[in-house]
Design a protein around this ligand. Structure first.
Ligand SMILES: [Zn+2]
Length: 207
């Protein structure tokens, strides 16, 4: 039955590509809703899934997240083995190594959604805001433009604004890279920025 349903949905995806992309974002956000509502399904964490994915992987989403121990993508999106291609680095910034990793999954593994995920109370962004980033120079250099931009608007919550601006800037950067641009233009992938609130567990998709 599951196999049958899978084939029907794959056929629908083939027929309506954009609907398929939306369905994949929805799959991610439904997992986050289960996490928020404490209705976890823990999909794909069985020995069967492990064995079935030994010969290959088709992660439907790429998460470009922060290394922060409190933001594990498979947990907060309630996904399993083989579902997410995860790149994590302090401040969820994208340099050459991160871009190569993202491109690998986007170009070769068929992922159709990318989420650059900032999070509440990000220590890396906070270090830049507070001017105490001497120990994370390479990361800070990539975060600084977002903090500068956020400061200009004099927002009531500078840290939260800078974290969101940083995720949006990284999303915009991805959209300008030739590989991702080509996939977006072909309707094969969509790129989003998100913000995870540890207080509620909810992920908000940013504009
Ligand atoms: Zn962080």
């Amino acid at each position: 039955m599951t196999f049958f349903r899978l084939n029907i949905s794959m056929l629908m995806c083939f027929l309506i590509l954009s609907a398929c992309l939306e369905a994949d974002l929805q799959r991610l956000m439904e997992g986050n809703q289960r996490f928020v509502q404490e209705k976890l399904k823990h999909p794909g964490r069985t020995p069967e899934t492990r064995k079935a994915t030994t010969s290959g992987q088709e992660p439907f989403a790429i998460i470009m997240g922060c290394s922060d121990s409190r933001v594990p993508p498979e947990v907060i999106f309630d996904q399993g083995i083989g579902d997410l291609f995860v790149v994590r680095v302090a401040g969820n910034v994208i340099g050459p190594l991160e871009l190569d990793s993202i491109n690998y999954s986007a170009l070769h593994l068929g992922s159709s959604v990318i989420v650059v995920l900032g999070h509440q109370g990000c220590g890396a962004v906070n270090a830049v805001v507070e001017g105490e980033s001497q120990d994370i120079k390479a990361v800070a250099a990539l975060i600084e433009p977002a903090v500068k931009e956020a400061r200009k608007g004099q927002p009531p919550n500078l840290l939260e604004t800078a974290i969101k601006d940083n995720a949006i800037r990284m999303k915009d950067y991805l959209l300008k890279t030739p590989e991702i641009r080509k996939l977006v233009d072909a309707g094969k992938i969509e790129v989003y920025a998100g913000y995870y609130k540890s207080k509620t567990g909810a992920v908000e998709i940013l504009k």
